[in-house]
Design a protein around this ligand. Structure first.
Ligand code: UD1
Ligand code: CA
Length: 448
């Protein structure tokens, strides 16, 4: 059976107090919408339609970046969840199969839950995802008769007896697409909010002799984000889960609560991640690597047995081959370090290719930027870059070549050569002691 995803993402999220549309606020450095699309992706949908409204252009860009096959439709006025789903109808013209409605601000729905809903479609025309709420608050209430869902009643429209129900509506709904749209056509807005409620389709379906059922999940999965405080709580929950999963997968995390993950972080088994490491988006670390304390990684790849930090920064495009070492106060950007290459102290390596087993001494800097353009530095295998060498790009240092400490290298260095690019030293016999003696005498007379 084909599946279409309809993701509702038109809401403003006024309570976020933000110019950013609600669904673009991040958890694990990825927009809420991306979490929802990821969750829906487990159903392997044939079509995905995102309904946009507030901040439509930015939301559309995020959807396209996630998957350029996603269709977006605009809901210019937010007249309710049924009205939002109705906007997806033209985009799904001719589609034959199930439609699954998700909210863009509900990031934590588990794959197994969506699969259970698909499976439950064998027994029901409409399947609603429900949960037992610890505090049912203003959620829509699910009115059951045995295993059969009779209606969903919105809090505002519920009487005291219905408000006392604790089984609540998550908002996720699965139904045959044609049935869904035909029911939505019949939804009116004569209710306490004056909105077109998607939830009304259940009562309408029952009146047509169709059946509705409920699949339940843990309340944590249905957590929706409405405020900054909820976003912060959701971030904490996300981090806790990501850490627990990393530990389960074999990552060594001596102080898990201090390590920050991104949604897409991947760390291999037997890799040690020391305290206070931050993973920004786009990081993969292979097995058996070591990420030492206080390092910041983004958009980079760290291979097996490589060592990073402490206090290292890997920026986008940094690739460390097996056994490479990046030590304290070293920044690497858009650069590949060959196997076993070492940059151990106080260095900047940007727009560079560094050969296997090359050694970059303390204070090596690739001068990659002239104010307008970026230029490349190439360092050959086994090269030895003396401490405090300035490599003025574009420049290359050949295999096995050496640069003298303090050199400013502006010309290519052939393989095996020694480059010395600094003033020659001269020693003045006894002058150091004489100079100091004079200064000492001046100071003792109170002269400065
Ligand atoms: C909705 C459900 C309620 C459920 C709750 C779970 C309805 C009528 N009510 O209530 O039963 O318990 O979710 O969180 O469906 N949206 C649009 N366009 C609109 C209206 C909403 O895109 O015109 C989007 C919002 O951006 C949001 C989602 O739909 O992502 C839910 O809308 P919201 O207004 O938050 O619904 P609730 O009142 O919370
Ligand atoms: Ca809501």
């Amino acid at each position: 059976m084909a599946t279409a995803l309809i993701v509702l993402a038109a809401g403003k999220g006024s309570r976020m107090n933000s110019d950013l549309p609600k669904v673009l606020h991040p958890i694990g450095a990825a927009p809420l919408l991306v979490h929802a699309l990821d969750a829906g992706g487990t159903l392997d949908p044939d079509r995905t339609v995102v309904v946009t409204g507030h901040g439509a252009e930015a939301v559309e860009r995020t959807a396209a970046r996630f998957d350029d096959r996603i269709v977006t439709v605009r809901q210019d006025a937010q007249l309710g969840t049924a009205h939002a789903v109705a906007q997806a109808r033209p985009a799904l013209d001719g589609f034959d199969g199930d439609a699954v409605v998700l909210y863009g601000d509900t990031p934590f729905i588990e794959p197994a839950t969506l699969e259970a809903m698909k499976a439950a479609r064998a027994d029901h025309d409409i399947v609603v995802l429900g949960f037992e709420a610890a505090d049912p608050g203003r959620y829509g209430r699910l009115v059951m008769e045995g295993d059969s869902l009779q209606a969903i009643v919105e809090y505002k429209d519920a009487d005291a007896a219905t408000r006392a129900l604790t089984l609540c509506n998550s908002g996720v709904i699965c139904a045959d697409a044609k049935t869904l749209f035909s029911l939505i056509e019949a939804v009116g807005n004569d209710n306490a909010s004056g909105e077109y409620y998607l939830t009304d389709i259940v009562g309408l379906a029952r009146a047509r002799g169709l059946s509705a059922g409920v699949v339940t999940c843990a309340e944590a999965e249905t957590l929706g984000i409405n405020t900054r405080a909820e976003l912060a709580a959701a971030e904490a929950a996300f981090q806790a889960r990501k850490r627990a999963r990393a530990i389960e997968d074999g990552v060594i995390l001596p102080a898990p609560e201090t390590v920050i993950f991104a949604q897409d972080t991947h760390v291999g088994a037997d890799t040690l991640v020391e305290p206070y490491v931050v993973f920004a988006p786009g990081v993969t670390v292979e097995s058996g690597a070591t990420i030492r304390a206080f390092s910041h990684l983004e958009g980079c790849h760290v291979s097996r047995d490589a060592v990073v930090g402490p206090y290292a920064r890997l920026r986008p495009g940094a690739t460390l081959s097996e056994g490479a070492k990046v030590g304290n106060f070293v920044e690497v950007k858009n650069a590949t370090l060959g196997a076993g290459a070492k940059v151990n102290h106080l260095s900047y390596v940007g727009d560079a290719e560094v050969g296997a087993a090359a050694n970059l001494g303390a204070g090596t800097v690739t001068c990659n930027y002239d104010g307008y353009f970026k230029h490349k530095t190439t360092i050959g295998a086994g090269a030895f870059i003396g401490s405090s060498t300035m490599l003025v790009a574009p420049v290359s240092v050949g295999d096995g070549a050496v640069t003298a400490s303090g050199s400013v290298v502006t010309m290519d260095v052939p393989p095996g050569d020694l480059a010395m690019g600094r003033a020659r030293q001269t020693n003045k016999t006894g002058l150091g002691a004489r100079l100091m003696g004079r200064l000492k005498a001046l100071k003792s007379k109170g002269i400065n």
